[in-house]
Design a protein around this ligand. Structure first.
Ligand code: AMP
Length: 211
């Protein structure tokens, strides 16, 4: 039984790393951000309620997100462990989680500098036609702003602008960093250098988990 929590600023690669750990260890991954994005794209009442928060980079109110989490976690598939990604985001959510008996054994904090995050997120471009993803700094298209595969003009996601990213980073520092301190004091937090490349981060996490 392994109950893991992944913490990190937006753009630290929590989602991608969580998915890999989930596959390798056969533990279900639960991402509150993914759940909300699905609800939004399906146009459900919950999706409509949270849309403006998610798109402007603000946290969804605690009452809403706590209910989303608890209803997801009540499923049988989480009985033998999970990788929690995106929850808790503040001390109140952490408190509610513990009161409801949801606990974690290991916390992995992907620690990435602000400068690196801004570069990764604001450099991201995608092709509206075939879905290919590029980064102007790390993986630029061969022709300026055109998709290598199909030649379509690349676009930037609404929440990938510098303004929204800065807001999400500010929220992370004010609301979520206290959670890092909390688990540090409980001695179950492992800090991983998030400024390295993706594979190095992955390897460091896997060795921490004994994989
Ligand atoms: P993420 O994919 O985890 O970065 O989440 C994307 C967005 O979903 C966030 O910017 C918030 O608007 C919302 N969100 C996800 N998880 C939470 C949470 N635990 N509390 C509040 N808002 C959340």
């Amino acid at each position: 039984m392994m109950r893991i929590l992944i913490l990190g600023a937006p753009g630290a690669g929590k989602g991608t790393q969580s998915k890999l750990i989930s596959e390798i260890l056969s533990i279900p991954h639960i991402s509150t951000g993914d759940i909300l994005r699905n609800e939004i794209s399906s146009g459900t009442p919950l999706g409509n309620k949270v849309k403006s928060y998610v798109e402007s980079g603000q946290l969804v109110p605690d009452e809403i997100i706590v209910e989303v989490l608890l209803s997801e976690m009540s499923k049988d598939k989480y009985k033998n462990g999970y990788i929690l990604d995106g929850f808790p985001r503040n001390m109140n959510q952490l408190k509610v989680m513990e009161e409801k008996g949801i606990h974690v054994d290991k916390v992995i904090f992907i620690d990435t500098s602000e400068e690196e995050i801004i570069k990764r997120i604001t450099g991201r471009r995608s092709c509206p036609n075939c879905g290919s993803v590029y980064n102007l700094y790390y993986n630029p298209p061969k022709q300026q702003n055109k998709c290598d595969k199909c030649g379509t003009e690349l676009v930037q996601r609404k929440d990938d602008t510098e303004e929204v990213v800065r807001k999400r980073l500010e929220t992370f520092k004010n609301e979520t960093l206290p959670i890092v301190d909390y688990y540090t004091s409980k001695k179950i937090l492992y800090r991983v250098n998030g400024n390295k490349n993706f594979d190095d981060i992955k390897n460091e996490i896997f060795s921490l988990l004994g994989v």
